[in-house]
Design a protein around this ligand. Structure first.
Ligand code: LMR
Length: 330
């Protein structure tokens, strides 16, 4: 080959290789199981927007909502195998990895989301984000959804009304026990099949936030919601320690800041969307929302709270005490 030609070819090749290296962003797949118009859906989109604005060409975020990449039964496996880099998993779905996070499922533990927030930001709450490091799982943040309500096709006012009904639950032994405590059955089931299971009568009822209830169209298959606020549905935003620690330090530092901002956005949306979706349920006129009197709500609390004792040893009594203390503002 003629020398000038060979040089030109070498130059082109080198340029192309360099160009490709510079143009190859780090791809972060963010998979979740809910709709986009939910607190988690909106948080994920904000994470993508900020990451791609602030790290142009360096980071690309692909968001997969509605269990399109992984359902909640496969997302942990996907994360640990490196097929997805970030998920925001319900706190009810960690018992296989740590028993401590079961804390968040204890019925009637937190008075409201403000108390949940205080606990999550406390040293004990922050420590839980690191409780799965030995399994290569790093908690980046907590994201709120909201307080859970009960739903069924019959009005539930007193615990006895739930007797013999089957309620769909997330994969959580605490939630199974919670329904056992009122003479019902908690049937674990992945999120994507809840609508069908209710429609087919495989289960009679469910518990979820207004956001998930409305976005899964559960108002089409449930005639009553009882506003119990008996527990919370929140998330831990997680990645693998290998992936996060392997990022170039400048990129990781920027992403850490972005996580904080996306968290604030998701949490603001959580409040707004749960209120909005409650109004949408009312507007649909398919489902009656039952407000409980203080005495009625206390009856649910009295029957469900003994469940705590069964999990106290695994969770740790001190952790439970710290969570309870977050209900009081000093
Ligand atoms: C559920 O399974 O009901 C929730 O965990 C879904 C979600 O991610 O909000």
């Amino acid at each position: 080959m003629l020398k000038p030609l060979r040089n030109a070819l070498a130059f082109t090749l080198a340029f192309t290789t360099l160009g490709t290296a510079a143009a190859d962003p780090i791809v972060i797949k963010f998979s979740h199981v809910v709709a986009e118009q939910t607190p988690k859906g909106q948080g994920a989109l904000m994470f993508k927007k900020l990451a791609e604005e602030r790290l142009p060409g360096k980071v690309k975020v692909e968001v997969y909502p509605n269990s399109t990449l992984f359902g909640d039964d496969k997302e942990m496996e996907g994360l640990l195998l490196g097929d997805v880099q970030i998920i925001a998993r319900s706190l009810a779905k960690f018992e296989q990895y740590t028993r401590k996070v079961q804390l968040f499922d204890l019925p009637f533990l937190f008075d409201d989301i403000a108390a949940v927030e205080r606990f999550q930001q406390s040293p004990q709450g922050q420590q839980l984000l690191k409780s799965m490091e030995s399994k290569n799982i790093t908690g980046l943040a907590y994201w709120h959804n909201g307080m859970k309500q009960l739903s069924a096709n019959k009005p539930l006012r007193m615990p006895n009304d739930a007797r013999r009904l089957v309620f769909r639950v997330q994969t959580s032994a605490v939630l199974e026990e919670q329904f056992k405590a009122v003479g019902a059955t908690g049937q674990p089931m992945i999120f994507s099949v809840v609508y069908q299971a209710l429609r087919a009568g495989v289960v009679n009822g469910a518990e979820n936030t207004y956001s998930n209830f409305y976005n899964q169209k559960l108002h089409e298959v449930q005639k009553y919601v009882t506003e119990t606020d008996h527990g919370i549905l929140d998330y831990m935003l997680i990645t693998t320690s290998d992936f996060w620690n392997g990022l170039p330090p400048d990129i990781r530092a920027e992403l850490d800041k972005i996580v904080v901002e996306a968290t604030a956005h998701a949490n603001k949306e959580a409040q707004r969307l749960n209120q909005h979706d409650k109004e949408m349920v009312l507007a649909a006129k398919t489902t009656e929302i039952i407000a409980l009197t203080a005495d009625e709500r206390n009856a649910w609390r009295d029957q469900m709270k003994p469940v705590w004792a069964k999990f106290e040893k695994d969770i740790g009594p001190d952790l439970i005490k710290a969570a309870e203390a977050s209900n009081k503002t000093q």
